[in-house]
Design a protein around this ligand. Structure first.
Ligand SMILES: [Zn+2]
Length: 413
């Protein structure tokens, strides 16, 4: 594999440097690197570009992606989306090949945006005994394995607990046998939230995998299963990775309750994944005055020591009819709707995701993994603001995607 040499590129600190990648690592970073370019080296002039740690997506739904045109959600809220999805599935709208093709298209969009690492939730439940969703996502993961790493969460249908959950629990066992990296589900949609958490942690512990739950995706302040999850993880001494996605209702608690729950979440070692796009879209339809944003209190969690990384969630499906498959869109919303500084927001869609997904972080420095994205911008803030299409994506030291755009403007007075 050819080495990669990027000349004259701006790094996140604003310095102009050369970056030399050899094998899957950054070999050297510095001004005017002396590299023998007669050898097998691809050289790119990075003048006008910034080099950044590659982006990463901690929370996708590849099985649902890009269905907005055939699965409308007239109500607009979360239950409307769930009902629309179930209705379409019962009408036979989805199939193995079409789902695989959509997942591949969604993954390709992410890669072109600069993403080299994805965690996706995949529907698993007794209404899909043949595991079509899971097989489709496995097929997409295999076919694009040269571009992107994909972790798969079994997003369990509700209920998982009690007598009525027996069928879903059997299907989870089949999914774990087939191959998933984490157990998921929605405790806030269950009659017995703590019971569901117990089922999920037990199944994950037996299979030796982690857990990533959709937690408290509601503005109802009476719903707070995040605390139940933290208590259960601590009490069991559950040691595999645990992530809690959404955590919307934490934002509706008094600050004292937020801090108390954040402390337990930190003690449990649970990572939290806010998802601003879908929370802004799905939440708040009943609020006609002072509509809440529905985004979990990022700073309170981080001050308690919780790792917080952010994702895009649904893309152009009944849960979110828009979405660009671009973590820079997520970062922009973290700035505007969650009051994060641009540099912090960038970390939340790159290295913080790698922390949550158990991967080494990326520095623009020798020895770091060579997962990088070049964006045609002069600073992190400008990259988030403009989100230019123009990007070059390197994964493990290999160029995997190039996007260039052209612009013509009439200069005649
Ligand atoms: Zn989700």
């Amino acid at each position: 594999m050819a080495d990669q040499l990027i000349r004259n590129v701006v790094d996140p600190k604003g310095r102009t440097v050369d970056v030399h990648m050899a094998s899957d690592r950054i070999a050297a970073v510095g001004a005017d690197l002396a590299i023998d370019v007669s050898a097998d080296v691809d050289v790119f002039d990075g003048d006008g570009w910034i080099v950044l740690p590659a982006l990463a997506e901690p929370h996708a739904h590849l099985d649902k992606a890009l269905t907005a045109h055939k699965v409308p959600n007239p109500k607009g809220d979360l239950m409307g989306a769930i009902e629309a999805w179930i209705g379409a599935a019962e009408r036979g709208v989805f199939g193995l090949e079409e789902m695989t093709a959509r997942a591949e298209a969604a993954l390709t969009k992410l890669v072109a945006s600069g993403v080299t690492l994805v965690r996706t939730h995949v529907n698993v439940g007794e209404s899909d005994p043949e595991l079509m969703h899971l097989r489709a996502i496995h097929a997409a993961r295999r076919s694009l394995a040269h571009l992107v790493d994909v972790q798969i969460v079994a997003l369990m249908h509700s209920p998982m607990s009690g007598a009525e959950g027996a069928g879903n629990r059997r299907t989870l066992a089949a999914a774990l046998e087939y191959g998933v990296d984490l157990v998921g589900g929605c405790p806030h949609l269950e009659a017995d939230g703590p019971g569901m958490i117990d089922v999920a942690l037990t199944a994950a512990a037996e299979a030796g995998v982690g857990v990533d739950l959709h937690v408290d995706e509601t503005l109802d302040a009476n719903m707070l299963t995040l605390r139940d999850l933290a208590v259960a993880v601590i009490d069991r001494g559950f040691s595999a990775p645990v992530a809690a996605s959404h955590c919307v209702s934490l934002s509706m608690q008094p600050i004292g309750v937020q801090r108390e729950v954040a402390k337990r979440v930190a003690e449990a070692g649970i990572a939290v994944v806010p998802l601003p796009q879908t929370n802004l879209f799905l939440q708040g339809w009943d609020h006609h005055t002072a509509m809440p944003r529905g985004i979990t209190p990022v700073d309170v969690l981080r001050e308690a020591g919780v790792v917080v990384a952010a994702g895009g969630d649904n893309v152009q499906d009944p849960f979110n009819p828009v979405g660009r498959s671009d973590p820079l869109e997520t970062a922009a919303l973290l700035v505007m709707a969650a009051h994060q500084k641009p540099e912090v927001a960038y970390d939340m869609v790159s290295n913080d995701v790698r922390r949550v997904l158990g991967r080494p972080t990326v520095d623009i420095a020798a020895g770091s993994p060579a997962d990088l994205v070049l964006v045609r911008s002069r600073s992190v803030r400008e990259a988030i603001a403009d989100a230019p299409a123009d990007r070059r994506v390197y994964r493990e030291g290999r160029l995997v995607s190039v996007t260039t755009s052209t612009r013509w403007i009439d200069q005649r007075p």
